[in-house]
Design a protein around this ligand. Structure first.
Ligand SMILES: [Fe+2]
Ligand SMILES: [Fe+2]
Ligand SMILES: [Fe+2]
Length: 281
């Protein structure tokens, strides 16, 4: 199999990891507190590690990691249905990795896919266990319906955070500057925290987080990437500040101001990196 075909195959796996992450995070947030939600979040974190390994492998082969989102099973309204969706999604992942392992000859890629497969088999078992556990709980509708200004603010924040997570991750895979790579990855992880806080706040307030993103920047040089990121962070700072002043909910206000302060920090980190990219003459 030639390089381009392997890249296509790995990008398909990467897209499905992306879908799995969003499916599991959405369900973990909706369930809220408790051991099961924590365990589902831990599974989502393992899928993030898979996504990271696949992206690195794709770049090593000379490809560009896809930003597409693959298969997700989002129907259902109760924990029982969501856990069954988890079982089905993992069944698909196991079958696909087995097939892709057969299709590749490259020993390093084969080894990576086998490593991921062992996790997907374990996840499958975990979701089956969750289905058993919630069987008694019935099918209570857990979907929040809140649609007011607070829900709007939170969904705006979630959309922003999801977009920059993808943007900084892609940039971290594509940049050749090691310090920028490290910082972009660090800030992406911090944006994941923001997304989690906002989504949990939404569920606590009786809403349902809408986890969708807007356009992701595709600059090709580190300088261009950082310039776009600084502007994005500055705009986010203004927007969080405005939203914090607008809300009367004191917990939400505190949360928005905390995130705003992080975004100020991100803009400063990126500005310092940009200075190193363009030494003064
Ligand atoms: Fe999995
Ligand atoms: Fe953020
Ligand atoms: Fe940020």
């Amino acid at each position: 199999m030639d390089k381009d075909k392997i890249i296509t195959l790995l990008n398909k796996d990467l897209e499905d990891e992306h879908g799995a992450i969003i499916q599991y995070l959405s369900h973990a947030y909706a369930i809220g507190e408790g051991e099961m939600a924590c365990e589902i979040e831990a599974i989502a974190r393992e899928e993030m590690r898979h996504l990271d390994w696949l992206a690195e492998a794709i770049v090593e082969l000379g490809g560009t990691p896809s930003l597409g989102r693959g298969k997700m099973l989002m129907e259902g309204k109760s924990v029982a249905e969501w856990m069954e969706n988890g079982v089905s999604l993992e069944e698909g992942a196991v079958a696909q990795y087995k097939e892709h392992i057969k299709l590749t000859q490259d020993p390093k890629i084969k080894r990576l896919l086998r490593r991921i497969l062992s996790d997907e088999e374990a996840h499958h078992g975990q979701f089956e266990h969750f289905v058993e556990k919630v069987r008694q709980e019935g099918t209570k509708d857990l979907r929040g319906t809140r649609q007011d200004r607070m829900a709007q603010i939170l969904n705006w924040g979630i959309e922003h955070e999801y977009t920059v997570i993808l943007q900084y991750l892609l940039q971290s895979y594509m940049t050749t500057d090691e310090e920028a790579k490290k910082q972009l990855q660090d800030q992406a992880i911090n944006e994941m925290q923001h997304l989690g806080w906002l989504a949990e706040k939404m569920v606590d307030g009786g809403g349902s987080p809408r986890i969708e993103h807007t356009e992701v920047d595709r600059s090709t040089t580190t300088g261009d990437m950082l310039r776009v990121d600084i502007k994005t962070e500055q705009e986010a700072t203004v927007a969080y500040d405005r939203a914090a002043r607008e809300t009367e909910d004191s917990d939400l206000k505190k949360l928005l101001l905390r995130i705003r302060d992080h975004e100020i920090y991100h803009a400063e980190v990126f500005s310092d990196l940009l200075k190193d990219e363009e030494p003064p003459d």
